[in-house]
Design a protein around this ligand. Structure first.
Ligand code: NAD
Length: 472
């Protein structure tokens, strides 16, 4: 096979092989971790207009070392078994890296969602869910889907409703899927979670002065330039939050219809609105159009954020990439053959299995909320607020100073669900990066963060298996 034809799944496995040489785990155990445990390919009919269309779909459970398994559902014409297996495998490693106690899984439906009406998409989603129920491939303790490319809270609500028609009265049924609308057993902060996690990951990497000096950057996020590919769920929140909380300048955005650039920086919030109203990013006031959508990837910038699909940076365009840092918001955006070219140029690659793990982290919080049947903060918020108010009163009394009403409000505020979700996500992303960085710095043969992340994941999953007593 020519090297050019390395598939996404093979890419994931080649990265696995590279890291597995650097861990101290039995060969058979590594083989068990690597393979997909269950692959379900289905074909089902759906009525589209007055025709019957046969839909091809998948659900892959990569690892049963912890249950339930977890992973999003993708709607795209690129979906095939290889892609879903690759994405499911990445989910296992991702969950391990952020200490989310699930095995990895992924689903895919081979359709272009923009070519179907809302009713037709609902039929497809409900039928897909029915197939999963029939084969016992969904359930709060079995396998829990979530949104991915081409799907969102609307599809997750249809999945829950369909599941409930089969499992009427199952007390934890709301935990059969995450990423649901907040008013339908979802959680505040899930929609933004992957993009927010991408920002926390970038911020963490940028915070290490020594690492940044090595690539010619000052530490810190403020004033750094960013280019984003894909202004969907992940790309738009990553851009918005980087701009608002990190003072990062988004200088270019690429979408299906083309790419735009502004040296002064694009206002991401206004750009999202503009695209919603006009259907395109082209013509956004203050921007210039680039010759085509792919050249955006090759622009001079501090941080490149590919947030669309896999294999967009290949050995062809890798030599032309000028970014200092690439944050893999999408899954698998860098083809295996491109990786060495980028690393030799001194580019820091923040790997997908770490930097886009914010979504599964908050999905885990949503699942916990569903199982506990109460929202985070409900029990303690008022109690904390009263305690803080008493403390502030005491400080005023003891010091004789008056604290302003505005300051009092800030000091005495009890945490809402969104505060707790963001704080849990931030803690997770910071802790996970520090674990990965430590491996990268301590292990002599580890040159890159992806290998370090893999080593970290393999050790955790391997230990789980060893603790299960499955391996001697
Ligand atoms: P999305 O469908 O919301 O958005 C993807 C966007 O990319 C779309 O707007 C699409 O038009 C654009 N796009 C596609 N091809 C492009 C190209 N060649 N150039 C420029 N733009 C292009 O999908 P999403 O949920 O944001 O997912 C994006 C990536 O992030 C996927 O790889 C997905 O697996 C990964 N991811 C998503 C989540 C999540 O919570 N949604 C979590 C982890 C990882």
């Amino acid at each position: 096979m020519s090297k050019q034809n390395i598939s996404f799944y093979e890419s994931v496995n080649l990265n696995f092989d590279k890291a597995s040489k650097l861990v101290d785990l039995p060969k058979g155990l590594l083989e068990q971790i690597k393979v997909c445990n269950a692959v379900y390919q289905m074909k089902f009919p759906v009525k589209v207009g007055n025709q019957i269309k046969v839909i091809e779909a998948y659900r892959v459970q990569h690892s049963h070392h912890r249950l339930p398994t977890k992973g999003g559902i993708r709607y795209s014409t690129h979906v095939d078994q290889d892609e879903v297996m690759a994405l499911a495998a990445l989910m296992t490693y991702k969950c391990a890296i952020v200490d989310v106690p699930f095995g990895g899984a992924k689903g895919g439906v081979k359709i272009n969602p923009t070519k179907f009406t809302e009713r037709q998409l609902e039929s497809i989603t409900r039928r897909y869910t029915t197939e999963l129920v029939r084969k016992n491939f969904i359930g709060p303790g079995i396998d829990v889907p979530a949104p991915d490319y081409g799907t969102g809270p609307r599809e997750m609500a249809w999945i829950l409703d369909t599941y409930n028609t089969f499992k009427n009265g199952e007390i934890d049924s709301a935990g059969c899927v995450t990423g649901k609308p907040v008013n339908q057993n979802g959680i505040n902060g899930r929609n933004e979670a992957t993009g927010r996690g991408v920002y926390y990951g970038i911020r963490e990497v940028l915070s290490y002065e020594k690492d940044m000096r090595e690539i010619g950057l000052d530490p810190g996020t403020a004033g750094k330039t960013m280019v984003i590919q894909g202004l969907g769920n992940v790309g738009s929140f990553a851009g918005l939050i980087s701009q608002e909380e990190g003072d990062i300048k988004v200088i270019a955005v690429s979408e299906f219809e083309g790419a735009i650039y502004s040296e002064k920086g694009l206002n991401v919030q206004k750009l999202i609105k503009f695209r919603k109203n006009t259907g395109s990013i082209i013509g956004f006031p203050g921007s210039v159009s680039l010759p085509n959508r792919d050249v955006a990837l090759e622009l001079e910038c501090d941080i490149l954020v590919p947030a669309a699909l896999e294999n967009v940076i290949t050995k062809e365009n890798a030599p032309r990439i000028k970014a200092k840092i690439i944050a893999e918001a999408a899954n698998g955006p860098i083809a295996y053959e491109a990786e060495d070219i980028l690393l030799k140029k001194g580019i820091i690659i923040i790997p997908d299995m770490y930097v886009n793990a914010g979504g599964v982290t908050v999905s885990y919080f949503e699942w916990l909320k569903n199982l506990s049947h109460t929202r985070f903060g409900r029990i303690e918020k008022r109690f904390n607020q009263n305690t803080y108010t008493n403390l502030v009163g005491l400080i005023e009394k003891m010091t004789g100073k008056v604290i302003s009403e505005r300051e009092k409000l800030i000091l005495t505020k009890g945490a809402d669900e969104i505060d707790l979700v963001r704080s849990g996500l931030e803690e997770t992303m910071v802790e996970a990066y520090n674990q990965i960085r430590l491996v990268a710095k301590r292990k002599k043969k580890v040159q890159d963060l992806r290998t370090a992340a893999f080593i970290n994941a393999l050790n955790k999953v391997g230990n789980d298996y060893l603790n299960l007593g499955v391996f001697p």
